[in-house]
Design a protein around this ligand. Structure first.
Ligand SMILES: [Zn+2]
Length: 699
């Protein structure tokens, strides 16, 4: 483990750190500003230690190399004298393209210097060109299709067959298997869908404006104005003024004709695409090789959940209504859609019995990293080691590099931590794969490399970065994705770690949130950054319980979103004349609170574009994570045997085994819609009991 050396500021830093004696070197590193290395020579190693990337022009070199390599691999795949398995050649093809595409995509969004961002963007465009060329390569397609349907000339395993089918399906997305006329239609539709989606996403966040004269005087002053227009740019969910929330809800969600047109067109094009490709609906196509397998099963799952949730969510809403009546002094006040986020967060604050800021000193970034390291050691026997970087290896000077090291197997991969906010960096927590793990032809293993991106404030000489409880959850969540990448040991990079079905991809990350919400785990690292005193037992219990408040009503909302997304992407004959009419019907079937006339919330719901029939993925991932937690970790969250089993039977396979099979084997139960729904309901009931107990004890 490398300790970061600080050439300056030692004295200042010492002031706040002198009473802290038990941080590990990892915690110390993350609790100090990253070491800014001054390089008197030139950039020597290149970005991510890639010698080509010693300067931005290297991206052009990478592009040329991949272009040549692609041609060689195509020739190998279609050669009658082929020696290797078809899937091996395809994976190498995909690997060489992904390496440049993923790296470039990351550098494009993250590099602070525009010449790098521009060169990376050019590389992205070149790769799309190569992919387009591949997508129309009939001979290559026929070679793969033949192997996927009739078997290879060399012996293959189940994993080989599964991955070949995944490649084939990806290939068919471009319509290459269709007659020329239809193929051209698919290309046009894909293009059109992309453009409609971008326009819809843009429109979804544009403020609504109304002439001042049309807005009642009593609510005008809630909103800023521009000339004689009132601008409404959001929902005011946190406002304690009920009138302002209501006004914002009705004005911001006022139906936009343009958005309605875009969404209607988008759904029509998607349906047409699904049909041409031989599927009953777009949803059937989107759910191909997913954990839940078919829209029919998704419907059964959400219907079952809805039945069970209704009385539980109603109980949550009654509590909220009571809160509203008390707060407004109006005995007859009724709860509406614009009230729920406000009262949910108010209830959470009340339950914490403290300002969220009071939790801050207990969650220094270094402390949280120590907590993660401790958990990884207990569960899997691996450690997170802060590693010094070579000059030029990083895109900014505040990045940390972690080596993930197993006690017996040695180095498993690298996680670069781009944790701090800076100008121009996307304000989003996410995980990027830079290089996928895969078995190489010489038998060695290509190590996975990922970046975890967060937007925390910089540590200062006066103290470390402190995290709010929800940021702690996010850190654990993103590190869950990173560990999925690190612990997978797949033959092929096409199915490395997080490259699994969308409705399984969030399982490892959501499971980490369960660990971050368990008092036994939080206790190991929630220590005051100055005094090193542990968080009091009372604070700890309240924090963990508060995370589960109103989980029935929150789940019901997710179920409603998922149902809407499924119905929009399903059979057109089951939809209303407008997307709003459909929304109205779905809301009355799946949500306890009524639809608000003259609003069109769906026209602001940009996830309809990104997820398209897969919005239920989060819900199903949460359900499976909950089930895994209850079965293996709830009794003892540090259980090595469970950790090892989870690693070997789930994480190690990435997307190499169909996720449905993976989960059913691991949990030793069938993944029926009923079993899935029941496990989530059980969790909600257990948590409600805990909360009731906690609130009563303190009353
Ligand atoms: Zn995630």
């Amino acid at each position: 483990m490398t300790l970061l050396k600080k050439p300056t500021g030692v004295l200042l830093k010492h002031c706040w750190r002198k009473s802290v004696t038990t941080w590990t070197p990892l915690a110390t590193a993350f609790n100090s500003p990253p070491y800014k290395k001054i390089n008197f020579t030139r950039n020597e190693a290149g970005l991510f230690c890639m010698p080509e990337l010693k300067n931005h022009e290297g991206f052009y070199l990478l592009k040329d190399n991949v272009t040549n390599h692609t041609e060689e691999l195509i020739q190998e795949a279609i050669s009658p004298n082929r020696k290797r398995k078809m899937v091996q050649i395809f994976d190498e093809l995909s690997d060489s393209l992904c390496k440049v595409a993923d790296l470039s995509e990351f550098i494009r969004v993250a590099h602070p210097q525009s010449k790098y961002a521009q060169a990376a963007e050019d590389a992205c465009i070149s790769i799309s060109g190569i992919v387009e060329h591949l997508n129309t390569h009939k001979t290559l397609f026929m070679a793969l299709s033949n192997v996927a349907h009739n078997g290879d000339i060399v012996p293959t395993t189940d994993v080989d067959k599964h991955v070949s089918k995944l490649f084939l399906f990806d290939f068919e997305q471009s319509g290459i298997h269709l007659k020329e006329e239809e193929r051209e239609k698919v290309v046009r539709l894909n293009d059109h869908i992309l453009q409609l989606g971008q326009k819809f996403m843009h429109g979804a966040v544009v403020p609504t404006s109304f002439p001042r004269s049309q807005v009642p005087e009593s609510i005008r002053n809630y909103f800023p104005s521009e000339g004689d227009q009132i601008l409404v740019s959001g929902l005011y969910t946190n406002s304690n003024n009920g009138m302002a929330r209501e006004a914002a809800y009705k004005l911001y969600l006022y139906p936009s004709e343009r958005q309605e047109e875009l969404l209607t067109d988008l759904l029509k094009c998607r349906h047409a695409l699904g049909k041409i490709c031989g599927f009953q609906t777009y949803a059937h196509r989107a759910l191909n090789s997913s954990t839940v397998e078919s829209p029919e099963m998704v419907k059964e799952f959400i219907d079952e959940l809805t039945r069970e949730l209704r009385p539980r969510a109603d109980a949550d809403f009654r509590i909220m209504e009571e809160m509203k009546r008390k707060e407004s002094g109006n005995k007859n006040a009724t709860l509406a859609a614009w009230d729920t986020p406000y009262f949910t967060s108010l209830m959470k604050r009340n339950a914490l019995n403290a300002n969220a800021n009071e939790f801050l000193p207990y969650f220094s970034l270094g402390g949280c990293m120590q907590g993660l390291d401790n958990l990884m050691r207990s569960l899997y026997g691996i450690s997170l080691q802060n590693t010094e970087m070579e000059p030029g290896e990083s895109w900014h000077n505040d990045i940390y590099k972690l080596s993930v090291v197993h006690e017996k197997e040695g180095l498993l991969g690298y996680i670069y931590c781009d944790f701090f906010e800076r100008n121009g960096k996307p304000n989003q927590d996410c995980h990027f794969t830079i290089q996928g793990g895969k078995r190489l032809s010489d038998g060695s293993y290509q190590l996975p490399i990922v970046v975890v991106m967060l937007n925390l404030s910089q540590p200062r000489w006066t103290g470390p970065t402190l995290l709010t409880p929800s940021r702690v959850d996010n850190l654990f969540h993103e590190m869950g994705h990173a560990m999925h990448s690190m612990l997978a040991r797949t033959e092929y990079q096409h199915v490395t770690g997080t490259r699994c079905s969308t409705d399984f991809a969030e399982v490892p990350s959501v499971l980490m949130e369960y660990f971050a919400s368990d008092p036994r785990v939080v206790r190991t690292f929630a220590k005051h950054f100055q005094t090193h005193k542990p968080m009091s037992e009372d604070m700890l219990q309240r924090l963990c319980a508060s995370k589960n408040l109103f989980s029935a009503s929150e789940t019901q909302l997710q179920v409603f979103y998922s149902a809407l997304d499924q119905i929009y992407h399903g059979d057109p004959s089951k939809q209303g004349a407008t997307t709003t009419e459909t929304l109205k019907n779905v809301q009355s079937d799946y949500y306890s609170l009524p639809y608000v006339e003259n609003t069109a919330w769906q026209l602001r719901f940009s996830h309809l574009v990104g997820y398209g029939a897969k919005y239920y993925s989060y819900l199903i991932s949460k359900t499976i994570a909950s089930w895994i937690w209850q079965t293996y970790f709830e009794e003892n969250p540090f259980n090595r045997e469970s950790g090892e089993k989870y690693r070997q039977e789930v994480l190690a396979h990435g997307g190499g085994v169909p996720s449905r099979q993976l989960v059913a084997n691991f949990l030793k139960r069938d993944l029926t819609p009923q079993n899935l729904a029941q496990s989530l309901i059980t969790e909600i009931d257990i948590n409600n009991d805990k909360i009731k107990h906690m609130l009563k004890v303190d009353a």
